[in-house]
Design a protein around this ligand. Structure first.
Ligand code: GLA
Length: 397
């Protein structure tokens, strides 16, 4: 069995202890194995992955942990600590569409692995984690990849991180019904410690991008969650497809918004529905930002990196319309702090988290000042934490 670098470093030991302890309580014996997969923060390149574009995510220390024991049959018996629920199902009887509860993500992965010809037994499992749920930090992809790692280990299967990322996405698209791109699963599967990943979502070429010394990546959770985020996300994706269909009249070679230049988009503007045009006017320039950000970070130009983040946020707020009042407020408050280079929402949007690039040494003062100012205006469970780039899905036994 392949073991990835990364180990337990950066993971809260209390989380791993709790998962193992719950396993013993639920299943009457210590868990022989532990699989983890990280959440991620996307530094820039938002809503570009399903346009075949570029993204710059970074895996973080917050993760989903699955304590598990292979079974002799093909049943899945799983307990989710966050929901206090134990559920069971037969892995041989899965067919999409499933539901969208926590178990469906695990079942969807089992379905996608089996569809791809992989064989593995059932599991007794405890699912635990400290990625904020539904907050734009990719709790779903971390659950999918931790589950994939557990099923693969139980079946003695070789670990092919890119293949597993694609199967995680297939589970979410087909089994859960969320039409996400590949960014989150790729970050949760493929990341290496110490670097963000500049990913080309068409070729799947990924380049490591170090976060320069002198800067810290700080995540700020608005505490706001939007119930209808899934349908609004799928709507945005349809708008991008509509833009491509209309622009093909001008250039039949384009396959995705990634292939559209600003010039072509403006020439095609009269052919597009006004909302579709607005959405495309976000995606086309946003798709240039991850490569520019990677160059900027490599050059250590933190002021410019911050400006790119601010521009990305404005575009997501005004053109793609996936921000919300809480994200706008939190990023404004962050930018007003002296140690802040820039801030933007991260992930799908409609609530959830924002990310800021902050001068090293000023992180604690930054976090408490932003949180205090936010709490003075908004009565939600807001939080912040600094993060370092971590490894993708791995076994910890
Ligand atoms: C969610 C999806 C990703 C990506 C982002 C927006 O996190 O899962 O595939 O589209 O939203 O950038």
């Amino acid at each position: 069995m392949t073991r990835d670098a990364g180990g337990r470093e950066g993971i809260d030991p209390a989380l791993l202890r709790r998962a193992e302890q719950r396993f013993a309580e639920q299943f009457g014996a210590p868990a022989p194995r532990l699989a983890v997969a990280p959440g991620r923060v996307n530094l820039i390149g938002e809503h570009t992955d399903y346009n075949d574009g570029f993204v710059l995510p970074m895996a973080i220390g917050r993760c989903t942990a699955i304590a598990f024991r292979p079974r002799a049959d093909r049943r899945l018996r799983a307990h989710a600590v966050a929901f206090g629920e134990t559920k069971e199902l037969e892995l041989g009887a899965l067919a999409p569409p499933g539901g969208s509860d926590w178990l469906s993500y695990v079942a969807g992965v089992a379905w996608a692995l089996a569809e791809d010809g992989l064989e593995f037994p059932g599991l007794d499992a405890v699912v635990d984690g400290d990625v904020p749920i539904g907050a734009g930090m990719s709790s779903c992809a971390s659950l999918e990849l931790a589950a994939a790692r557990a099923f693969a280990a139980a079946g003695g299967l070789p670990w092919d991180a890119v293949r597993m990322a694609k199967l995680g996405q297939k589970a979410e698209n087909r089994y859960v019904g969320m039409n996400c791109g590949l960014m989150d699963q790729f970050a949760a599967a493929v990341s290496r410690p110490g670097c963000a990943l500049l990913l080309d979502c068409r070729s799947l070429a990924a380049e490591p991008v170090p976060v320069p010394a002198g800067a810290a990546v700080v995540v700020m959770d608005t505490g706001a969650r939007r119930a209808l985020a899934g349908s609004a996300y799928n709507d945005r994706r349809s708008a991008c497809e509509a833009a491509v269909a209309a622009l093909k009249a001008l250039d039949p070679g384009i396959r995705a918004l990634r292939d559209v230049s600003a010039e072509l988009l403006e020439r095609g503007a009269p052919r597009l529905d006004p909302i579709v045009l607005k959405r495309a006017r976000h995606v086309v320039p946003e798709n240039l930002r991850p490569r520019e950000m990677a160059d900027t970070l490599r050059a250590g130009d933190l002021a410019r990196a911050g400006r790119l983040m601010n521009d990305s946020h404005a575009s997501l707020r005004d053109l793609y319309e996936v921000s919300c009042a809480e994200l706008d407020l939190l990023t404004d408050l962050a930018r007003a702090q002296p140690g802040c280079y820039g801030a933007r929402m991260t992930g799908a949007g409609f609530g959830g988290c924002a990310v800021a690039l902050v001068r090293e040494g000023e992180v604690a003062a930054f976090g408490s000042a932003v949180l205090a100012a936010y709490r003075a205006k908004v009565d939600l469970k807001a939080a912040w934490f600094a993060c370092r780039p971590m490894a993708g899905a791995r076994l910890l036994d």
